[in-house]
Design a binder for this molecule. Sequence first.
Ligand SMILES: C[S@@+](CC[C@H](N)C(=O)[O-])C[C@H]1O[C@@H](n2cnc3c(N)ncnc32)[C@H](O)[C@@H]1O
Length: 276
Amino acid sequence: MNYRHAYHAGNHADVLKHWLLTRCIALMQKKSAPIAYIDTHAGIGLYDLQGEEALKTDEWREGIARLWGSDQPLLVDYLHAVSELNDDDELRYYPGSPELVRCLTRSQDHLYLNEKHPTDGQLLKENMRIDLRVTVHLGEGWHVPRALLPTAEKRLLMLIDPPFEEGDDLQSCVRALEESLARMRQAIVCLWYPVKDVAQLRRFYQQLQKSSAPSLLRVELYVHKPDDATRLNGSGMVICNPPWGLEDELRQLLPWLAETLQQSAGGWRLDWLIAD
Ligand SMILES: C[S@@+](CC[C@H](N)C(=O)[O-])C[C@H]1O[C@@H](n2cnc3c(N)ncnc32)[C@H](O)[C@@H]1O
């Protein structure tokens, strides 16, 4: 387990993933019934962009820094959550998915977070200790669907966000999706993945299309042409059972986001792998 998210916090991939999470929560909260949020690979929850790791890569400068100060209406919730961590207008702290969701959820909602790395797991516990709605587990992320589902709350948002250090993480994502749907068919499940090796991704899409998912919306955002499998050309999220209204919002924001975050090239894709 070499991956540490502190090197990548706030990069273009975090922006897409975290903006999508923000919108899923906002759209789910149109109803008052409690929501459970599960993060199978949670990280530490909160990142210092002036910390040693973040400064080593400076990835956030091509990510959240490019959005900072924007008045784009669909970014209001997301940027507000980030600004709550920062004094004045200076961008220094960035929320990982646990802290972002913690800020956006209500008293009736619950968060179940899992992180396997022992040091990062302890940091996550410390960062979340003030909030009684949060439970932190320090176990294997791939066991989470079997261990925690079904949740007491009937409405579930789950993020599956592994580090992709292992060659079979894409297949493990499909298996985790299947295991989750077998226990909670109505769950909203978000699978994050890097856009690197296009041939590998093609197999991933085929496996997803053969899955038992009732619906799967695919979103991808590119900051380079996807023609070099050794670099992070972009990122994607497959959303099972996306909340009503998300597709429209994506269609509105993706062109702007692709233009704002592009590096050597920019682009996006939005389509259904399995239509509703
Ligand atoms: C991409 S990061 C998560 C980022 C986080 N979801 C966010 O958006 O802020 C992946 C995390 O998975 C953890 N991890 C790696 N292997 C794991 C495993 N088998 N089970 C659970 N967590 C694991 C890593 O330590 C790392 O913190």
